[in-house]
Design a protein around this ligand. Sequence first.
Ligand code: SAM
Length: 264
Amino acid sequence: MKFDRAAQTYDADFTNTPIGRLQRNLVLSYVDAVLDKAPDLKILELNAGTGEDAIHFAAKGCSVSATDISAKMLDNAETKAEDFGLSGLIQIIRCDMREIANQDLQMEYDIVFSNFGGLNCLSPSEIEKLSEDVLFLLKPGGRFIAVVMPQYCFWESLYFLLKGKSRQVFRRNTNESIPVRVEGETVKTWYYSPARFYRLMKKNFRKVKLQPIGFFIPPSYLGPAFDKKRDLLKFLGKLDRVIRVIPFLASYSDHFLIDLERVN
Ligand SMILES: C[S@@+](CC[C@H](N)C(=O)[O-])C[C@H]1O[C@@H](n2cnc3c(N)ncnc32)[C@H](O)[C@@H]1O
């Protein structure tokens, strides 16, 4: 299964890296502010990966249905849930998010959550279908909070420009899928501008928030360049916290966070 190979190194390559932590903390500080207003929520997590966010939400008292297509990713999530004594709050479900409507899930979730580009594995028509599918799983007024990769990334363009790879500078800027290599496997990836992503969802959702994630914090593959520049990275992390109130920059960051409220 795709992503099973990536599961072996995902936490070492991303989750536990300084860049991975900075980007995730930025996402979680947004979601925590939502959770703090109404604790003990029911969360459906799509593409939960190795369960990092599920553990975080469960530790705050939420009950989480953590879903993913990769059995190996979910094995890691299950081990973490056991290690943290949080298995009672985390239900692990292996499924393709394109089939989410056919799962035997609890209804009435308060939040559907997807972090770090899992939704970039879906085509525009699949995103539209997902927006209909999750409608039946969310409470009225429930939230769909997603972290998605946009069609431009300032850092990435700068990196390719400096390397003289001019054809790669705007590689994300297409409405077609791009084959992306993930640990020896090819994953079809669609990049979405925040406006396009919202257009695909807006029939059933209203936009609450759009926030850049990783405008100053670089993409994780640039991590080695910052190995000896931890203070600079920390500073970039602080800058990202300052500029998170500028939605315009969401279009040029490594990821953007979009918070949508169910209206239908
Ligand atoms: C970049 S990882 C993000 C993992 C996790 N959300 C995180 O924050 O670390 C993308 C995840 O999407 C999952 N994924 C990809 N396509 C999927 C699909 N069609 N249905 C469910 N999960 C999928 C992969 O297995 C992988 O765990």
